[in-house]
Design a protein around this ligand. Sequence first.
Ligand code: HEC
Ligand code: HEC
Length: 365
Amino acid sequence: MRLALSVSLFVLLVAASTVRAEADVVRTPAENYKEYCALCHGDDRKGYMNDHAPSLVTETLFVNGPITPFMAISYGRPGTPMGPYLDEIGGPMSTAEIRELAGWLALSAGFEVSAPNRDHLKPVEGDIEQGKRIYAENCVECHGAKGEGGEGTALGNATMLAVTPDSFLKAAIERGREGTPMESFAGVLSDDEINSVVAFLRSRASGWDVEDMRFEEPPDLDNIVVNPDGDPPEFDLVDNRYVMAEDLNAALEDGRRMILIDTRVPYFWAMAHIEGSFPVPYYSSGREIIAALPDDGTWIVAYCECPRAAADSAVTRLRELGYHNTAVLYEGYAGWSALGYPVSVGRIDPKKGLFLHPSAEKRTN
Ligand code: HEC
Ligand code: HEC
């Protein structure tokens, strides 16, 4: 099943951009690279031209195929010199162009452009306290006492952690990044120790200084309404469908009553999500949650990663069922995080399986 999930995620990313692919790609990936990236990552893509920009030719950068680099290019690493390049959050390139660029980077470095391996979204379990000690002893000198980066990248970056699976972090630590200061820790730390440092990094996904390392459980079906006693939001929807991240954040800060649905693969919810959201993966029937929805005009906002395909399909379905106070978060989850709005980290017990089970009536996007 994991294979199917990973592949559908890849298909989603591709599907989200095919429409624009024909119309919008005016420059080749090599031209875009030269224009936008060579300044820091160098003409040879080996990095370290400016601003400690990492190498773009290492094996573990492409361990999940081009997806993680695609996310890094689209949404950037706010607070570092790596900006977001996606047009929807102020960058110069379309999804299609960035997808082509990420694929071209992989191919140019000699790696295949393939769907991620079947385990790439599997959470890494470890001892957070042990990980904290290991980080202090082995990583601080390059990655910073608060994960702010330095010679190494910013490992405490909320957007990096929101779009980067544990398996990618683990591969970089275990196998290193050849030709860079990031050496392999395979012989230095045991597998358990590497898992613990990954678990520690994940626990920082909603901020380095959070008081306790709290992982939120998904709300139960009786408690899906955020701010149950609040007034309804007054959304000014774009195309009668999309709510901008700025407006959604303002409504949440203002204590407005609504339901938030996270339509991504549940592990994405666990990596980072909007607090109070309920994971309803796009491939589930949604029957359980539809039965639990109050029938009183409560606003329902859906979001996904890609940035809209899965949430769009959920809202279409809800509107067919008569729920008209429904909206899709325009910038998607990664846009939300890259714009600096607050995020929470979740806990989904891998042993219990997915939170909602995929149904037989799998929908396409
Ligand atoms: C102003 C300098 C600068 C420019 C221009 C720039 N980058 Fe970056 N890039 C960085 C830095 C610095 C980081 C590491 C940030 C961090 O996480 O600390 C980075 C990170 C990345 C990463 C993540 C690498 C990893 O190790 O996970 C990718 C992929 C990437 N850049 C690709 C690109 C591409 C493609 C472009 C052009 C569209 C680009 N960058 C433009 C400086 C830059
Ligand atoms: C000598 C400096 C140095 C030390 C020590 C070091 N790193 Fe790194 N690390 C780097 C650099 C530099 C990079 C970026 C390499 C590249 O891709 O060009 C990096 C990349 C990474 C990445 C990939 C992050 C991304 O942005 O994609 C992870 C994860 C990571 N390091 C974790 C660790 C952990 C955990 C430790 C301690 C156990 C550690 N590193 C110790 C320098 C260091």
